[in-house]
Write a protein that binds this ligand. Structure first.
Ligand SMILES: [Zn+2]
Length: 280
């Protein structure tokens, strides 16, 4: 039921749509058809089309900016709460982080400007005002400094320049948690989708804080693709390390066994199974 379907390859980037988005669009289109007739259903589909194009171009902004720094992508997926571009690695400098984070909202500012010109010269052509509104909203909402949203990532990049990557990430992730609670409360009072975004932001910010804790104890993990987990020894085995850490046996690219001590072996398994990609 929860599958993704490929819908195109703009700029060679695989674009997929999550089945929950298709179900939701179908539901809203059908209920509009029943309550307001064909016109209602068509206007719902036009709205979704405008939003989908704007979100996709926003994500392509991230992907193409990342490409400038040699960062690849495994594709873009559209969900009911927005789009996610998966990048193959994290930014290596504060400058990379800021440019990649701001590229998405910059696309929406550009699209809003593009829509404003004919609106100013000719007047409100059909679809122009909603397109302008959607892009202004996307730019403003994504720039809220709630890590891992774009504004939070840009904030992390700026702080990184002054206080180093680890302290900057910790500050941005804590701020992300605070914003997530605010989104959650506002969402419960107004819009359920905001609650979904709040949960997503909170979980991602918390995962980032756990990752930092992990790195502080055991150093940065080995590069992805080089090692693959082969076995997770039980806690009572001779591999169990003191201080709560556990020894994990990995195999490197040449088939040699690598023993590393980690705080949470399942985190290692998860990371290497799904690759080291980042979501934004
Ligand atoms: Zn974005």
């Amino acid at each position: 039921m929860f599958k993704t379907y490929p819908i195109g390859r703009p700029f060679g980037v695989e674009l997929r749509v999550h089945s929950t988005l298709l179900w939701l669009v179908g539901f809203f289109a059908l209920s509009s058809l029943l309550s307001e007739g064909l016109f209602g259903a068509v206007s719902v589909l036009l709205w979704v089309g405008l939003l989908g194009v704007s979100v996709t171009l926003h994500e392509l902004g991230h992907v193409l900016a990342a490409r400038l720094f040699g960062i690849g992508t495994t594709g873009i997926t559209l969900y009911p709460f927005g789009g996610i571009a998966r990048l193959t690695r994290e930014a290596r400098t504060s400058g990379e982080e800021v440019v990649v984070a701001l590229a998405g909202p910059a696309v929406n500012v550009f699209l809003a400007g593009l829509a404003a010109v004919p609106l100013f010269l000719v007047g409100p052509l059909p679809g122009l005002v909603p397109f302008l509104g959607v892009n202004v909203a996307l730019a403003v909402f994504n720039l809220v400094p709630a890590y891992p949203m774009d504004g939070g990532r840009a904030l992390r990049g700026i702080l990184w320049h002054w206080m180093g990557r680890v302290a900057a990430t910790r500050a941005a992730a804590r701020m992300g948690q605070v914003f997530a609670v605010v989104f959650g409360i506002l969402g419960l009072l107004s819009n359920f989708m905001l609650v979904v975004i709040a949960v997503f932001v909170y979980l991602q910010a918390s995962a980032e804080l756990r990752r930092l804790e992990w790195e502080a104890h055991y150093g940065p993990p080995p590069p992805p693709g080089v090692v693959r987990p082969t076995a997770l020894p039980p806690r009572s085995s001779p591999f169990a390390a003191p201080g709560g850490g556990r020894r994990v046996v990995l195999r490197d690219g040449d088939g040699r066994e690598v023993h590393i001590t980690v705080m949470d072996p399942w985190e290692v398994l998860r990371r290497y199974r799904h690759g080291e990609g980042t979501a934004r």
